[in-house]
Design a protein around this ligand. Structure first.
Ligand SMILES: [Zn+2]
Ligand SMILES: [Zn+2]
Length: 143
């Protein structure tokens, strides 16, 4: 889906900052932290404008937050917007211990989590840690 169409379909005005922030999520294959986004766009916008844009995208479910063990949360664009396919189910997040990037991973089989009925679950967070393919390649070459 094209950036402008996404904004229109979520009833958001197509401001330049929204287009620029959303484009970044499609440009990188890993999840972006607030500081990654600020680093890319600080010459064009102030931090408050960027934070506000991220919050709007999160509240509209255009992006989702990936909590990180290191307190540096990052965000990824929701998969159905990237692939055009609606997944809607639980997916794994992968944290690379070497480069520190987070990735959304589609599991090969659907993950079903059954919790006691008296719990109201709002969010399930599964994080796998290790080396991403890029860092793992480097690791193999060096050894
Ligand atoms: Zn890595
Ligand atoms: Zn994700």
């Amino acid at each position: 889906m094209d950036i402008e169409n996404i904004l229109t379909s979520f009833s958001l005005k197509k401001t330049k900052v929204r287009k620029d922030v959303l484009s970044l999520f499609f440009h990188f294959n890993y999840a972006l932290s607030q500081s990654d986004i600020i680093k890319e766009l600080k010459f064009a916008y102030d931090e408050t404008t960027i934070y506000r844009t991220i919050n709007i995208f999160e509240s509209k479910n255009i992006i989702h937050k990936i909590p990180d063990n290191l307190k540096k949360s990052s965000y990824a664009v929701n998969k159905e917007l990237k692939t055009g396919k609606c997944s809607g189910d639980i997916h794994i997040h992968f944290h690379c211990d070497s480069c520190g990037h987070n990735f959304c991973i589609s599991p090969e089989a659907e993950i079903k989590v059954k919790l006691p009925d008296n719990l109201l679950v709002s969010f399930v967070n599964i994080i796998a840690n290790g080396l991403c393919s890029k860092c793992n390649d480097k690791n193999i070459q060096e050894n």
